[in-house]
Ligand binder design. Sequence first.
Ligand code: NAD
Length: 417
Amino acid sequence: SAIRATAARAFATKFVAPPMTYIAGEEMSWYTMKIICEKWVDPFVDTSKWEYFDLSCKSRDQTDDKVLHDAVASGKRLGAIFKEPTITPTTEQVKEFGLKKPFGSPNGAMRRGWNGITISRDTIHIPGIKLGFENPVFFERHAVGGEYGASWKGVGKGKVLTTFWPENEKEKPTIVDGRVLHDDESAVVVYDNPLDNVEDLARIFFDRCLEAKIVPYVVTKKTVFKWQEGFWQKMKKVFDAEYKDAYLKAGLLDKTGGELVHLISDAATMQIIRWTGGGFGMACHNYDGDMLTDEVAQVHRSPGFITSNLVGKNEDGSLIKEFEASHGTVADLWHMHLRGEETSMNPLGMVVALLGAMDHAAALNPATQAEVTKFTVSVREAVYEAFRTGKGTRDLTGPQGLTTEQFVDWVADNLAK
Ligand code: NAD
């Protein structure tokens, strides 16, 4: 490869990494990041400005969830966050860990606290290795609204009336819906879809696609779900007013008739399987984004090769970015590790997230940006080189691949050369 992993030669002394929020989680993903930080980061980087939060169930329990509040406040202040996977305890785990209560998923608190706009999910590509898609696929999943915030009740025969009461009490209430239920059993569901931040999502998406030379699509089911028209209209308005000319100049609308194209979500589901050349991006509602990005992950071999970054916005307009892997805590390998058996955890998704957070922290706070970039490029390259030379983890390389610890050591040795 053209770029060698030369962290040691590049850094005779440690450089000070700009402040960022580091959220630690649990189980195998926690253990793997612990040894990665010890062997890849600590020898080269002074991380004393990182703010560290332990979001394990035990720590949330001991602090009555103050640690989650503090982590959200830190992320809002610093604007760059790395998060390891965390456990949202099941009823059994509440008993097993002896927790005071079933702590909820921290993600909702983070999306609210950081004014979440979008969850950006992109395919990760290792130069020289063919995964699923040849070129990058970008996703923008609206971070708010839809089914996730729904209220519901199981009810019997009767009538349902949904009324909107304007904040301004001088305005009259409006009836949103009135219906008669004939079944003995029905689920009545209410949710809303906030639209104010769709323009922000549009700019994040169209900037990213333009820079990476990717053809953008907007995906909804607005033909049948008429209420989804607003999302498309807002996306198109921003595109036509602010981006169309640049996209035309870049030749990115050649295949779409010179216009931004809308895809119905069921058609998008099929195209994801057919368009294995990649080079496309899709922006969509919250639930569609959840489903479609899992499909992308399957075509691209594994969720380990997909990024997951939450983008929010501070009051001053600056972007808050949280970087994480899309997988969980990898509990099964953790139990093998505890039994003293060999494991082979692929850390790529988490490492790409950590390096992304460091790069974003440096963009916000550029005093040591040159050193940060040199470091993140070196580490990324060393990890790619491991996979390229057959020294990958077993999910990609097969049974002759390295164990979790051997992989971390191989990259550490390469960085130290
Ligand atoms: P998981 O993603 O941890 O694991 C699913 C399967 O894929 C397992 O067999 C695992 O061994 C394998 N796998 C996943 N990532 C891998 C990697 N990088 N290298 C090698 N193998 C890998 O999902 P799960 O088992 O359903 O969940 C475990 C825990 O993670 C649960 O407690 C869940 O609540 C939590 N979780 C957290 C997040 C998050 O914090 N973002 C997301 C999903 C799940």
